[in-house]
Design a binder for this molecule. Sequence first.
Ligand code: TXA
Ligand code: MG
Length: 311
Amino acid sequence: MTVITKSPKKAAEFIKKGGIVAFPTETVYGLGANVFDEKAVGKIFEAKQRPNDNPLIAHVGTLEQIKLLTDKITPNAQKFIDAFFPAALTLVLPKSEKVPLIATANLDTIGVRMPKHELARKFLKYCRTPVVAPSANLSGKPSPTKWEAVFEDLDGRIDCILQGEATEIGLESTVVDCTSEIPLILRSGAVTLEDLRKIVPETKIYQVKKDEIIRSPGLKHRHYSPRAKVVLISPESRVQSPKSKAFIGLREIEGDFLSVKICHSAEEYAHEVFAFFRECDAQGIEEIYCEIVAEKGIGMALMDRLKRAAE
Ligand code: TXA
Ligand code: MG
């Protein structure tokens, strides 16, 4: 049975006993386990049906805990920590000996993030250990931005859900590889390229080269997809399809859509999109038309997720 609670202290007790707990953050809900408890970490992969070559992000409640995860905070990583933490930002660093390989999918690096979300911080402090947590959805499905979405995917498969509000940002954290001289953005998020370049001007977006071993294994897996077919459309285009359909975007649209969500900004669009995907699936909608947005600010991360969902 999955316990649902609003108490971060009660939720943390499950982590201490080797359980797995879903908890809110400012990006999406995560599914956590004690990073140093191999058995508990294994339960995460099982509950989510996550491929075991996809590494997890370790979440800390205090800056001191970062030293439990890595012996080498590189100079650029230190600059990002000073400038942004706590934030929707994950830094990939060389992992320390103590971190079990199951958490990092056999990589010698670990993603480290300190969430800003108040309830998440309280929960992590009660856990008294870094907590590895992927998004708390079944693998391949859209990340959960509400506790109800976690419940839909994982009820009965996990020990506890720490109940919070809908997440503020709605897209996952920016992931930046800080292991080499030039920081590389592996996944875009609310902390943007422009933000990072203000701190380290050399920062780049990682482009997968042909035949290269992919740096972020998660990038190769199917992601963020509703059951419905996702179709990206430009602001001008008209939609003609006999299928049952929905629309999300920034402008008004004409046509017989079963569900329409007009957002007033790219931020609101990012905040709404995953929940909208899930609602459409619940209604059995066949096609979801998503308006494309400018790839700047949060629009970069939003377009990344939309493109993956449409693949
Ligand atoms: O906002 C977030 O990041 C949320 C919340 C819960 O913190 N977590 C999240 O985790 O989105 P997940 O597991 O769904 O996505 C983690 C991504 C994956 O694409 C994974 O491959 C990449 O980060 N990643 C994790 N550790 C890595 C590492 N050591 N090297 C390269 N990529 C890594
Ligand atoms: Mg995920």
